[in-house]
Design a protein around this ligand. Sequence first.
Ligand code: ADP
Length: 276
Amino acid sequence: MVIGKNDDHEEELLSLKELIENSRKIVIKIGSNTLSTDKGEVNLHAMHNIVDQLVEWMKGGKEIIIVSSGAGICGVGAINKWFRRKDMNYKQALCAIGQVELMMAYKELFKEYDYHVGQLLLTRDDFNDHSRNLHIRNTLFTLVDEGVVPIVNENDTVSVDEIKIGDNDTLGALTANLWGADLLIVLSDIDGVYDKNPKEHPDAKIIRQVTDIDELKRSISTAGTNRFGTGGVVTKIEAARRVNEFGIHMALLNGKKEDILRKAADGREEGTVFYG
Ligand code: ADP
């Protein structure tokens, strides 16, 4: 199913395979669902698989920035308590512990391939301040130019929003815009955007191509949240709007699937593409 008229896209829309092929600068947002097992534990196997594919892309000349969720889950895994605590200070404490675990996991995984990682913890305010903006940009460019993989996350300790709405989709979009990416890839636990929540409606139909986000929002239902009570598909659609405005494409793909990036790059898997 295609949503949106083809006015601004007179020529044929590129396939996901072609988009990936043409994109040099790619931001990958990895959601909590992708990084965790069904039991809510950190899924090191999935992380390894994603890192392995990203390294392949980097060796092929692509530049990569990762925006990663998962600090909360890693925190629970590390300390094995507080997971039922609803109080904000405990959630933030868990993220403070888990962020270290998360970065340690990335560091070890990338080290296998002789890559270094760098951590950037950002808040929404950082993007609204001109001078901070400049410094973030310069740091990102320097890391990427030097072949280091930047890993961005929201600074959970100071930003309440992240825990409330799991807004790393927006963080991914802001990062893509700031860096001037060609493509934002959002990895979640669904094959793309459907006309209704596929977890609740087995007959839901997938939407492959979107060129009009308002029309998309009018035509689908987005009810239902995940077990972490975070963003859901709406923040992903709004992230697409943010990057599309700057001419950056976004693809929503199923990060739960082994080799998803490899398969998308050679046309064996699709997702939902939002054209910028
Ligand atoms: P992540 O933690 O990977 O960022 P979220 O759980 O926040 O992902 O968002 C994805 C979830 O949104 C899906 O697992 C699905 O249950 C839900 N959802 C609700 N409506 C839709 C829809 N129309 N199309 C796709 N997913 C939907």
